[in-house]
Write a protein that binds this ligand. Structure first.
Ligand SMILES: NC(=O)c1ccc[n+]([C@@H]2O[C@H](COP(=O)([O-])OP(=O)(O)OC[C@H]3O[C@@H](n4cnc5c(N)ncnc54)[C@H](O)[C@@H]3O)[C@@H](O)[C@H]2O)c1
Ligand SMILES: [Zn+2]
Length: 423
């Protein structure tokens, strides 16, 4: 390949996180030993929160009443789309059973976990869409009990729109608590919520690390790093649209890489010139993160042809992959590594982030090589069963006894033997 980097990420710009690992280890240990009181202590120290942790029914109703009806309608629109997609996904999972031999039936079922804990980040932004993505999907999977948590946004606690979204999506308990303490509270079953079987939802480095460390004791959706995006664009793409789409996703944070892969030098240089101009029009704090992401992490790669572009895209395995090029069907068939794919210039990653329907909790940092994003599957267990009778059972018993003895497992062999002799 003869790819050319018109712009490259600065080396070693990835952050070192070993201090986060140690800090989270200590915090989880403290919280597990000390229980709710220690979780509350961290909430007060880290988030200056001294009020009630469980959001009451009255507060939920009051939050909804305070919201502008148009805000409620938008949240309902997004929720309906996410639910529609998740329910369709659930419907593709059919239980199966197969006759292995006459009299021997085996099968497979999908069983939802009993309880889930859904985290919605709320530090820098109030991620209403994240609450909808996780809770709605857990509910569509059939999870009986869903708890939700998000940090206080100030002295009034969780933002009204977040409380509304969590309640609408089906959370049975809402915790005004953030970070490691919230993840731990759901995993350990504090504040009268059942222990979570699965923890889901994005969050900052402490949240992600807490989930990673709890994995095994509980299931998790995935270990999520900072969000990333890649745009594949050919000469048919509009440089201004591509530049805005890059800026849009760099707004997430200084650690959010955005990449452009193109076979058009004109498009590449157009975008290179435009991005700083567009960033300059943003509110100051959004501009600050986007500038840092642009200067340290963004890359622009120029390739010879579309096959080379597709190979590069697969290599990055981005969380979000947006194609603004001709022949979208070719791209849909060809591309192999992404969390979610956005086809054509009329769609954009932000649609998926907020309101379109497919889930926005997606694999980051190249994890799209081996996994997709959050789906009903993460809240379901694929389990199997078998029922042997008659001649089929005898046949399996004979082979089982022989393989067991081959392995030196005499007691296993006897369990097969008694089924041969008792009839
Ligand atoms: N991949 C996705 O789908 C997706 C979507 C939305 C957001 N996100 C990510 O979510 C994250 C949001 O982060 P955020 O910080 O704004 O909100 P957050 O809710 O994830 O974290 C806030 C919490 O961090 C804890 N915290 C802060 N400083 C700490 C410290 N020094 N030690 C221990 N705990 C500490 C506090 O308890 C606080 O409640 C971003 O990284 C963003 O990229 C990802
Ligand atoms: Zn985004």
């Amino acid at each position: 390949m003869t790819v050319r980097f018109l712009k490259s990420a600065k080396p070693d710009s990835a952050q070192q996180q070993s201090s986060v690992r140690d800090r989270v280890l200590d915090m989880l240990h403290d919280i597990e030993q000390g229980g709710e009181a220690v979780a509350l202590r961290y909430a007060s120290e880290l988030d200056d929160w001294h009020g009630d942790v469980v959001v009451s029914e009255d507060e939920i109703a009051a939050a909804a009443a305070r919201l502008d009806p148009s805000v409620r309608a938008d949240i309902e629109f997004a929720h309906a789309n996410i639910q529609k997609f998740a329910k369709a996904q659930r419907a593709t999972l059919l239980d199966m059973e197969i006759e292995m031999a006459p009299g021997f039936v085996a099968g497979q079922r999908s069983i939802p976990v009993v309880s889930a804990g859904c985290y919605a980040p709320g530090g820098r932004f109030s991620h209403v869409a994240s609450a909808l993505m996780t809770i709605t999907t857990a509910k569509a999977a059939g999870v009986e009990f869903v708890a939700a948590a998000s940090p206080p946004r100030g002295p009034d606690g969780i933002a009204d729109e977040m409380v509304y979204a969590m309640h609408l999506a089906g959370a049975q308990k809402i915790l005004c608590m953030g970070g490691v303490q919230a993840v731990a509270a759901m995993a350990f079953g504090f504040f009268d919520i059942p222990r979570a079987d699965v923890l889901a939802g994005p969050g900052n480095a402490w949240v992600a690390e807490a989930k990673r460390q709890l994995y095994g004791r509980v299931g998790i959706d995935m270990v999520a790093g900072p969000t990333d995006s890649l745009i594949v664009a050919d000469q048919s793409a509009d440089p201004a649209v591509v530049a805005w789409d890059m800026v849009g996703q760099m707004e997430h944070g200084a650690d959010s890489p955005v990449w452009l892969v193109t076979d058009s030098s004109a498009l590449a240089s157009g975008v290179l010139a435009l991005v700083p101009e567009l960033i300059a029009t943003l509110p100051a704090s959004n501009a600050k993160s986007a500038t840092a992401a642009w200067e340290n992490l963004a890359e622009i790669v120029v390739c010879d042809d579309r096959e080379e572009m597709a190979t590069m895209a697969d290599r990055y395995a981005p969380e979000h992959l947006h194609v603004q090029a001709r022949d979208l069907d070719w791209w849909l068939t060809r591309l192999r590594a992404y969390g979610s794919l956005f086809l054509g210039a009329e769609t954009t990653v932000a649609f998926g982030d907020k309101a379109a329907g497919p889930n926005h909790v997606l694999p980051t940092s190249g994890a799209a090589r081996y996994t997709g994003g959050l789906s009903v599957h993460k809240f379901l267990k694929t389990v199997t069963w078998q029922r042997a009778t008659g001649e089929a059972a005898r046949q399996v018993a004979e082979v089982t006894a022989r393989i067991s003895r081959l392995e030196g497992m005499e007691a296993h062999a006897r369990t097969a033997d008694i089924r041969l002799t008792s009839r």
